[in-house]
Design a protein around this ligand. Structure first.
Ligand code: NAG
Ligand code: NAG
Ligand code: NAG
Ligand code: NAG
Ligand code: NAG
Ligand code: NAG
Length: 369
């Protein structure tokens, strides 16, 4: 592993040298021709460390035991190791895609990660301690400008249209109101509230399209009502998922599929891949042993029933927490986030899964186009 990391850093180092002499781009067209870039948006499932650089009061994971498995140090990822986009980058033969806010990150030809733990599609979600989706879009537009300056319009356009835009967004828009008993649950119907979330996602997709993006990767929403944090909202003693979530998530997922069917017929050149994260996640939670896990309901790290309290690391107000012996046995690392092993399974299915888990194509096909 260390060897691989070393090779990777040498590789990235050489690429940065080429970047200084922009002339080299002309001499090495393979750099952008044969590697579709990867731009990443959304929440903690995909945040590779952006929140390290903002005033994210609780939305940070830059302390032990986060990162212990693969990186052997905390990176800001809400996981013991790698996230889904880290595996996707590997399968697409790209280096790790760095967080946009990481100081000195000026190499954008492989893409960049804008995701921020706690973010949703709505500006109200996590307001004040996340990079909201609108701001992520703003960062992306600035990156597209930098690429145009560095590569020229034609090459920048080729890069942007070949790139894949990967999203994890929506969970927090539904989870936070329940966690805080927010009035939006009472002032809007399920249809109205989901309509706002989908409306804001639609707007962001359309603006990325305007800038030149064509290929979108969207896991739908997972079984968030069965994550450890959700089970703590169920009256004690009932071994159940938190069902009030379900109508929101199910409608959201129906609307996401419809949205992309519409976008594909309305906007020339749009291609997309949806991973049925919901079905796969339910399978993982209900039949963990099918995938080599021992535990699908209780998190590896945290406190309280199901370790559903987000206290992993003891740095978010609650100091006491439990850490499991063998993280490989668990589907969930903390109260709301999968372990690296789970992420690898999800990424593998998103990349090469068949029509029962991805549609209308998988990510491997999307990268090929
Ligand atoms: C960060 O957030 C805390 C808590 O909300 C606040 O007291 C502090 O002023 C914020 N700092 C900055 C630099 O915004
Ligand atoms: C984009 O760049 C412009 C000009 O450099 C800057 O004013 C603006 O704040 C940037 N937007 C974001 C979201 O970073
Ligand atoms: C949540 O808020 C509603 C209305 O604001 C209130 O009727 C209800 O009792 C609250 N529920 C809990 C669990 O606090
Ligand atoms: C986006 O969300 C806001 C609430 O944050 C809502 O008022 C607005 O109508 C939504 N936009 C669309 C296009 O649905
Ligand atoms: C998808 O199909 C494969 C084999 O074709 C099967 O092993 C797998 O369980 C299915 N996945 C789901 C989530 O139904
Ligand atoms: C951890 O769990 C995995 C999967 O159950 C198993 O293959 C491995 O041997 C375990 N490691 C230790 C140190 O017990």
């Amino acid at each position: 592993m260390a060897k691989l990391n070393f090779c990777l850093s040498i590789f990235v180092f050489c690429i940065s040298l080429f970047n200084i002499q922009t002339k080299c781009f002309d001499e090495r067209p393979w750099l952008y021709k044969h590697h579709a870039a990867l731009f990443i948006f959304g929440d903690s499932l995909f945040d590779a460390g952006n929140n390290n650089y903002i005033n994210a009061t609780i939305g940070k994971a830059n302390f032990w035991p986060y990162g212990e498995t693969f990186f052997h140090h905390p990176t800001g990822r809400f996981c013991d190791g790698r996230l889904v986009p880290d595996f996707i980058a590997e399968y697409a033969k790209l280096p790790f895609i760095p967080p946009y806010l990481q100081p000195g990150n000026k190499l954008f030809i492989y893409g960049v990660n804008f995701a921020s733990g706690g973010a949703g599609a709505l500006v109200e979600t996590g307001k004040g301690s996340v990079i909201d989706l609108q701001t992520q879009l703003g960062y992306f537009k600035n990156v597209s400008r930098v690429l145009r300056e560095e590569l020229g319009d034609a090459k920048a356009e080729a890069l942007l249209s070949r790139a894949v835009y990967l999203f994890s967004v929506g969970t927090n828009d539904y989870a936070f109101p329940f966690e805080t008993n927010s009035s939006v649950l009472y002032t809007y119907s399920v249809e109205q509230y989901v309509g706002q979330v989908i409306g804001n996602i639609t707007q962001v997709i359309k603006e990325i399209y305007e800038v030149g993006g064509r290929k979108f990767g969207f896991p739908n929403l997972g079984p968030i009502e069965c994550a450890p944090f959700s089970r703590t909202m169920v009256p004690a003693g009932e071994n159940k998922c938190f069902e009030p979530f379900t109508p929101y998530v199910e409608l959201h997922n129906i609307e996401i599929s419809k949205l992309f069917q519409e976008l594909q017929s309305d906007l020339k050149g749009v291609k997309y891949s949806i991973l049925d994260f919901r079905a796969v996640g339910q399978d993982l939670i209900n039949y963990p042993s099918k995938y080599g896990f021992k535990e699908g309901k209780v998190a590896c790290c945290g406190s309280g029933p199901y370790r559903g309290i987000l206290s992993c690391g003891g740095r978010r107000g609650v100091r006491e927490f439990y850490l499991c012996d063998n993280v490989s046995d668990y589907v969930f690392f903390d109260s709301g986030h999968p372990t690296e092993r789970t992420n690898e399974i999800l990424a593998h299915l998103a990349w090469s899964g068949g029509p029962n888990v991805t549609g209308p194509c998988n990510l491997a096909a999307l990268f090929e186009f």
